[in-house]
Ligand binder design. Sequence first.
Ligand code: ATR
Length: 280
Amino acid sequence: MDHYCVLGNPVAHSKSPAIHARFAELTGQAMDYSKLLAPLDGFIHTLRHWMAHDGRGCNVTVPFKFEAFRLANTASDRATLAQAANTLKFGDGGQILADNTDGIGLVNDIQINAGISLAGRDILLLGAGGAAAGVLGPLLAAGPRRLVVTNRTHAKALDLVARHADHPSLRDLLQKTELLAQEQQGLEANFDVIVNATASSLGGSAAPVDARVLKPGALAYDMMYGTAAQGFADWARAHGAMPRDGLGMLVEQAAESFAFWRGVRPPSAQVLQDMRKALA
Ligand code: ATR
């Protein structure tokens, strides 16, 4: 039996153990998956302890994704762009390999589960914190026509865009996609897809942007799910857009982590359907 866990603070609310247990059952993998609470100043110690006790890998969640990336010996391009890792795999001799599956989880949920192709679209990414950094590279890789990042603190949006614009693995993609940081006041109207990667929903705000950015029928995606996503969803619906919460992203990022560890793709769409039924 191989052991995996999610490491964070807090972790009590995490749905990852249930998702990975279902993936393991459906693919016949001999593994277990638990929750591990690390003290805020004790991430490295908790991780090393987990590795010493036969852990094969882990997911990392708030607030340790940046520390996890810095600790790794090797990192995927998408983790390097995000400067953050949500997935670690342990190799021989204590090597730590880092990946970040959040962005591909978002893109797969939009393109496969919701059936909306991002190629050639105009996308607005709201936010420039860790959540936004985790998804910008994979959103670019989906080939939109234009990708605009806007944030309450404009300097952070400029930094995030500059980091991506300078990265060698994105040079070819950026010939097809216009990547910009824009201040909220000057934003143009009519985006096809809006992705809310801010923490504004947690404070109960509807949306940190003017509704004219929404093209009629636009996809308004919130990375939150459950009651935290309600305000943004109501705002989107009231302005003729199609809301979608982040439950599918949660399941799809887990599926990518599972594939990275086990080399097997779990039936994520089926697990997402089951979770939606359970939450209804
Ligand atoms: P996370 O890892 O969840 O992204 P973070 O790094 O603290 O957390 O980033 C939070 C993001 O939400 C930031 O883009 C933040 O904007 P600032 O950079 O200006 O702080 C944004 N945010 C948080 N509360 C917000 C609010 N009420 N309205 C608009 N944006 C908000």
